[in-house]
Design a protein around this ligand. Structure first.
Ligand SMILES: Nc1ncnc2c1ncn2[C@@H]1O[C@H](COP(=O)(O)OP(=O)(O)OP(=O)(O)O)[C@@H](O)[C@H]1O
Ligand SMILES: [Mg+2]
Length: 238
């Protein structure tokens, strides 16, 4: 697997009066799962949209393997993305959806069956997406992201809508992906959900990166991840 780090430097974005992201800098490394943690409205989705070239920063840069997303030679073969807004047309079948995206990305049609198997949606492939449950839609979005065999995954709240078995499956999947040298950046607003899933943590609060580094260093002297989290967020809101 190619290795590509994600490198965010001084990224900023304002919506009118709201400074959604304020000079955010952090890295997500190959071979590691990086959790992007912050409360609702902290700026996670805005940051990930800029990393994926879907939103233009007011300042700063986001690079994947040294290049901006829009400059990648093979974007869907490099980065797989699942955003909150990832939509699929309800009247299509899962198979139709995946075939269309395989075609768009220039990926072999056999990948459709491969990614369906990987994400556990094989038996739903020929049903219309309007009949999919929330969890099945999340799996379909992940399957779509995997079509190009990317070495980088950018996932916005990927556990939303997954049942406990789905959450465990996703955790194991991402661990194995990083184990093969892949780079994973995933956001969450739930601390306990990330606890057993990530190697590195980037904590964002009101648009600012409040802390980043290996998860074990974050817990550090604190008795638990929760108390470390409270200590760090109190630094931000004295
Ligand atoms: N298109 C937009 N127009 C105006 N304000 C926006 C827009 N997108 C985001 N914001 C604002 O920017 C801030 C950051 O939002 P963002 O969606 O990035 O947060 P988040 O960390 O992803 O939150 P959540 O956990 O709820 O998904 C919020 O104050 C939000 O209201
Ligand atoms: Mg969000």
């Amino acid at each position: 697997m190619n290795s590509h780090a994600i490198e965010v430097t001084g990224l900023s974005k304002r919506f009118g009066e709201v400074e959604a992201v304020r000079a955010a800098s952090f890295r997500a490394e190959p071979g590691r799962v990086t959790g992007f943690l912050g409360p609702n409205g902290a700026g996670k989705s805005t940051t990930l949209a800029m990393v994926l070239g879907l939103s233009r920063p007011d300042a700063g840069t986001a690079r994947i393997g040294g290049a901006a997303y829009r400059d990648l030679d093979d974007p869907t073969g490099t980065v797989g993305a699942v955003l909150d807004s990832t939509g699929a047309h309800p009247s299509m079948t899962g198979r139709g959806h995946l075939r269309a995206y395989a075609e768009l990305g220039g990926h072999a049609r056999r990948r459709v069956d491969d990614v369906a198997l990987t994400t556990g949606i094989t038996e739903y492939l020929d049903r219309r997406i309007r009949g999919y449950s929330t969890g099945m839609r999340r799996r379909l979005a992940l399957a779509t992201a995997l079509l190009g065999e990317p070495s980088v995954l950018v996932l916005d709240e990927p556990s939303n809508g997954l049942d406990p078995a789905g959450i465990v499956w996703l955790r194991e999947f991402l661990r194995a992906f990083a184990g093969r040298g892949g780079t994973v950046l995933l956001s969450s607003h739930v601390l306990t959900e990330l606890q057993h899933s990530i190697d590195d943590l980037v904590l964002i609060d009101r648009g600012r990166v409040a802390w980043s580094g290996p998860l074990d260093e974050f817990t550090g002297a604190a008795s638990s991840l929760e108390s470390a989290f409270l200590a760090h967020t109190m630094e931000v809101h004295p």
